[in-house]
Design a binder for this molecule. Sequence first.
Ligand SMILES: CC(C)(COP(=O)(O)OP(=O)(O)OC[C@H]1O[C@@H](n2cnc3c(N)ncnc32)[C@H](O)[C@@H]1OP(=O)(O)O)[C@@H](O)C(=O)NCCC(=O)NCCS
Length: 117
Amino acid sequence: MIYIGTDLVEVDRINALIEKWADRFLMRIFTSDEIAYCQRQVRPVIHFAGRFAAKEAVKKALYSSGWPDPIPFRRIQVRRDRNGAPVVRLEGIDEFPRVSISHTTQYAVATAIVESR
Ligand SMILES: CC(C)(COP(=O)(O)OP(=O)(O)OC[C@H]1O[C@@H](n2cnc3c(N)ncnc32)[C@H](O)[C@@H]1OP(=O)(O)O)[C@@H](O)C(=O)NCCC(=O)NCCS
């Protein structure tokens, strides 16, 4: 069976959270590799928003597949392959959710797919 999750994020909302909580927010949600990648970009908040949406989309797909436990944001790691496509790993777990991310200056959206065995 295949399960899907999607999430839409307002970039301004992520910007407000970063302005209010700074590193506390970033380090609760993102891995150090994700933070480093986003901070190298011209407008980091857009890429943080994309990764935030990706993590929410993965949670939705996993919860709809019957996943029993809460999943901390940082456990969902969004990396990039050599073409720039997002690749997700779940720390300590053999699940391989597939994710697609898109963003504008205003919104970021992500879709995730999980296949149950
Ligand atoms: C992939 C591509 C269509 C993305 O178009 P885009 O309009 O810039 O994408 P959006 O702005 O909507 O979304 C950006 C997100 O797309 C995702 N993305 C980037 N490259 C990607 C790729 N090759 N495949 C899938 N997703 C990709 C990333 O998650 C990116 O967000 P991030 O930079 O925060 O990680 C475009 O960059 C492209 O054609 N690249 C060619 C690279 C390539 O794959 N070459 C090898 C095969 S010929």
